[in-house]
Write a protein that binds this ligand. Structure first.
Ligand SMILES: [Zn+2]
Length: 121
């Protein structure tokens, strides 16, 4: 079903419109992109207001979502791995830093007291 958006006057598929139960065709009169464009300032205002009232709200929500939604978690981990691999391959300074940290950690572990007992055995 094609619907004409009242804002941009473009005939779009009904899936390009959000639902609105009160409307006869069950759809909002503006298409999704027009609707999102129009509501962006409101969203930003809401975000700012919320952040002022509760600075940890969005961080906590994201953290919750991370631990409770395994798909979301997988997506974030995959993105991080991709970023790391890309940077490791293209940024020699980054690569050197990773190698340095890894070997520093190794030597620290090697020389730490926790290994003393293990080696003498
Ligand atoms: Zn539109």
């Amino acid at each position: 079903m094609k619907v004409v958006c009242t804002k941009c006057k473009v005939a779009k598929d009904s899936s390009d419109f959000y639902r609105e139960r009160m409307k006869r065709n069950g759809l909002k009169s503006r298409c999704k992109s027009c609707h999102n464009k129009a509501s962006l300032p409101h969203q930003r205002a809401y975000y700012r207001r919320k952040l002022k009232k509760d600075p940890d709200y969005f961080r906590a929500r994201r953290k919750n979502r991370y631990w409770e939604n395994s798909d979301f978690r997988k997506k974030i981990v995959e993105a991080n791995v991709k970023y790391f691999k890309n940077r490791y391959a293209s940024d020699p300074e980054f690569r050197q830093r990773i190698i340095d940290t890894a070997s520093a950690r190794y030597y620290r572990l090697r020389n730490s007291k926790s290994w003393a007992g293990v080696e003498s055995r």
